[in-house]
Design a protein around this ligand. Sequence first.
Ligand SMILES: Cc1cc2nc3c(=O)[nH]c(=O)nc-3n(C[C@H](O)[C@H](O)[C@H](O)COP(=O)(O)OP(=O)(O)OC[C@H]3O[C@@H](n4cnc5c(N)ncnc54)[C@H](O)[C@@H]3O)c2cc1C
Length: 295
Amino acid sequence: MKALVLAERSDAIAELCAGARTVADEVVLVAFGDTQVPEAVADKVAHIALPEGAVVDDAADTVIAAFDAEKADVVFVEPTKHMKVVAGKLAAHLGASVITDVIAFEGDVATNMFFGGVGMKKQKAAGVAIYTVGAGVFAEAQASGANAVEELAWVAPAKAVKLVSSKAIEKSGVDLFKADVVVAAGRGFAAKEDLKMADELCEKLGAGLGCSRPLTEGVDWLPTEVYIGVSGLMLSPKVYIAAGISGQMQHMVGCNRATTLFAINKDKNAPIFKQCDFGLVGDINTVLPALTAAL
Ligand SMILES: Cc1cc2nc3c(=O)[nH]c(=O)nc-3n(C[C@H](O)[C@H](O)[C@H](O)COP(=O)(O)OP(=O)(O)OC[C@H]3O[C@@H](n4cnc5c(N)ncnc54)[C@H](O)[C@@H]3O)c2cc1C
């Protein structure tokens, strides 16, 4: 059995390669551009150097050529925006489908979430299995391999994405994937200055600050790299504290694999109270300072 891994971040590379090793005797990692590849994670690292001005999405044709050469049985994909595009194009080429948001495997049966985590389904891939797998699913697995590097020849796409402009992503300083505790702020925060309450709680708890999407794309109070959910980060911290977040499925899919989920909301009927381990009905303007003071 041969597995191909498509991933961009070092943590995800290590974890998906480790997971691939649990089912395959040969693991091939496809690495893009200047991605940091951890040591000893795969038998082969098929490296794609991105031509000047090319975006990762356009590496899909090179990945397809690599797949055709490798003839892998299974593909594990990190669920980033770019990797999802590449996986979709690979699946179209193979006449296969991508099984998304997989949260567990039993042999070749994958359990995946749908409707943003509201439902679960067990399914077996027909043909080549292509899975997007979030952080934590293979946390216990151990990667291994000689990392023999092979440079892949760039296959130019018929219609390349035209890069019009780019700007550096504002970094928050915290890697939410590594944080044991995440405090997430939602639209319950009435003003940007109020995020100070969440910051102070984070400081006490040694937590990372994330948010729901409206706080990044609606009002731009926090960088887009820290919003959590189906189109943002999919996290599995030990503790997740959702403050002023209603519990829409698009957000919850990014946090419902936390070991313990706390919710603070002033509306006792907020949907999040049906999805959390501990819920507190209260105003964040009172609860958060009291919590921080008590810790
Ligand atoms: C295709 C698509 C993809 C999406 N992807 C994402 C995604 O990845 N991540 C994401 O987060 N969203 C995503 N969304 C948006 C999502 O549907 C919700 O709109 C969003 O998650 C709501 O954010 P919220 O809970 O912060 O805000 P709201 O739904 O407005 O909830 C605010 C909550 O705060 C409570 N509240 C108000 N004031 C206080 C107070 N003083 N104290 C305590 N509680 C208070 C309210 O009772 C309410 O429950 C997506 C939507 C679509 C259509």
